[in-house]
Design a protein around this ligand. Structure first.
Ligand SMILES: O=c1[nH]cnc2c1ncn2[C@@H]1O[C@H](CO)[C@@H](O)[C@H]1O
Length: 538
């Protein structure tokens, strides 16, 4: 199934709309005359026909039009989901626990207690395309797995981090980890085992502490800037843990299982240059790390044949030096040669206020040229518009530059709905937007999810894919909570919308060639049919 809308069908509404306007005006004046004649009555047939036409005009732009055939089974399944949303939503609203209105840490257990969540957990999610490597798996699992390694050592270091607010820097004490059998200076380093045992409250308290210090959850941040300052930092400790190859390998396997159990059969994850070290202190080069991931994915597929793949978008931080970003572009071009199926493109991450894309345009266009010269394709999958600001100054204007740079998808695009012209361009260029509603809430961009601009985009016709971005840092796993919050927040969405969101994760993926996309879609359709049947049986 193709997600592309032929150009002709985008414009055929124009004459219809003009005709409709004439009819509406004519009707308006006739109604006005009748009302003034005191003849107001229930709407008559002509009014209802016009009303229907106007509703259809409004629906004609939706991102999910014609997704479903609306078979009897689909209608039943849709009715079941609709009923759950209506009843559970109303009951929770009555006790001020309507999940989209709550901050996610409060919403989480409420969501888990609903039948709608049971249903959505089981929904096949197709592909999910916006993640950061460090934040895929439950932190409790990760900390416990680390502490179980007999050579795990920890030290507590004061970390200073840059903020965009006042004061310009802040600091916090962070646990840092090393895995080695060599002795480390005992004034700074202790084994994880003894740190856990000696921690006030014992090992469980240590794990909770390590989790909380690496999570944005316990804190409510007043501004986007403060949230970002703290957020960027949690990735340091996660990196410490995940650069140890034995732990890294277990982590990748655990991530595959977690997402598979959540209904995701294809994943695209942002990854920076990621050399590891092994239990002998030997450096495991990035290309070997990629080879190890391939082995893990292959093994996973033998036991889970409908799992398609885990692929990476190579990333640098946008606040890196121009030389650093240049080096990353060189690296991604050589990775496109050596690991073309695993490394599918390039992105720049981190708070968009740090370096606006306009400053990096010469570097990125040179990267495109260099790739061509090296005879590889280099796609950009750029974060842009993850901000409350509304242009024309950066960072909102990153949307403009991302489009001019030929981005294949837009990461977040939170500010896109403010720009009708850019939305038209995004629709015409068939670019999908990767939306992560809970992440946006946790980073202070939105409170009540009913105010999230994703609904404006979807109803306007922008193709959206849902992801959870950094779920472990936000205290959860998978992407079902995001699907739940979006479906619960917006009554305009139905079973067809959910299907389109899942299918978009395949249609707009970097899976190569029509054939592999069609195969992935075929597998998805089979799982989908089973789920619909299951829902309809309720
Ligand atoms: O939503 C996001 N927008 C931009 N950058 C992000 C987001 N989530 C995580 N990172 C960044 O990705 C790196 C880890 O892979 C970290 O630098 C983190 O700040």
């Amino acid at each position: 199934m193709s997600a592309t809308v032929p150009a002709a069908s985008r414009f055929r509404w124009a004459p219809f709309a003009a005709g409709l306007l004439v009819l509406v005006l004519a009707y308006y004046f006739s109604v006005k005359r009748r009302i003034s004649n005191d003849e107001a009555d229930v709407p008559d047939g002509a009014y209802l026909a016009l009303r229907q036409a106007l509703l259809e005009l409004d629906n004609a732009t939706r991102f999910d039009r014609n997704t479903l055939q609306w078979t009897a089974l689909e209608r039943k399944a849709n009715a079941y989901l609709h009923k759950l949303r209506l009843h559970e939503g109303a009951a929770l609203e009555a006790v001020s626990r309507f999940p989209p209105a709550l901050r996610f840490p409060d919403a989480k257990s409420v969501i888990e207690g609903t039948r709608l969540f049971d249903a959505i957990r089981r929904m096949p999610k197709g592909g999910s395309l916006h993640y950061h490597l460090e934040a895929l798996v439950d932190q409790k699992w990760l900390v416990a797995a680390a502490a179980n390694e007999s050579n795990c050592h920890v030290s507590f270091e004061a970390e200073t981090y840059r903020t965009f607010a006042n004061p310009p820097t802040a600091s916090v004490k962070l646990p840092r980890f090393k895995f080695t059998s060599q002795s480390l200076p005992s004034t700074e380093w202790v084994t994880c085992r003894s740190a856990r045992e000696r921690h006030p409250g014992g090992p469980a308290a240590f794990d909770l502490y390590a989790e909380s210090v690496n999570s944005v959850i316990p804190n409510a941040y007043a501004t986007e800037d403060i949230a970002w300052a703290r957020f960027g930092m949690v990735f340091n400790m996660l990196g410490d843990l995940l650069h140890y190859q034995p732990l890294f390998e277990r982590y990748i396997a655990q991530a595959l299982q977690t997402f598979y159990d959540d209904g995701v059969t294809y994943l695209e994850v942002r990854i920076s240059k990621w050399p590891n070290y092994d239990e002998h202190g030997r450096v495991v080069a990035f290309s070997e790390v990629l080879d190890s991931v391939k082995r893990i994915v292959d093994a996973f597929r033998t036991t889970h044949p409908d799992f398609i793949d885990l692929r990476f978008i190579y990333q640098d931080v946008r606040f890196n030096t121009p030389e650093g970003i240049q080096a990353s572009l060189d690296t991604v071009i050589s990775l496109r040669k050596s690991h073309p199926l695993q490394i599918v493109g390039f992105d720049l991450v981190g708070h968009e206020k740090a370096t606006p894309l306009i400053d990096l345009v010469p570097l990125l266009t040179a990267g495109t040229r260099a790739a061509k010269h090296a005879k590889v394709t280099l796609d950009y999958f750029l974060h842009a518009g993850e901000t409350l600001h509304a242009g024309p100054a950066p960072p909102d204007a990153n949307l403009v530059d991302a489009l001019l740079l030929g981005t294949r998808r837009i990461g977040h695009g939170f500010s896109l709905s403010k720009h009708a012209g850019l939305m038209s361009k995004v629709i015409a260029s068939d670019i999908a937007v990767e939306v992560a509603v809970i992440s946006n809430q946790m980073l202070g961009l939105v409170g009540d999810i009913r105010r999230h601009p994703v609904i404006d985009m979807m109803l306007h016709g922008v193709q959206v894919v849902l992801a959870s971005d950094d779920p472990s840092v936000f205290g959860y796993e998978g992407v079902s909570y995001d699907f739940y919050q979006v479906y619960m927040a917006f009554e305009a969405l139905d079973l067809g919308s959910l299907k389109k969101l899942a299918m978009n994760g395949i249609a707009y993926s970097a899976l190569g060639g029509a054939e592999s996309k069609a195969r992935a879609m075929g597998g998805f359709e089979r799982r989908w049919a089973e789920w619909v049947q299951e829902l309809a049986a309720h």
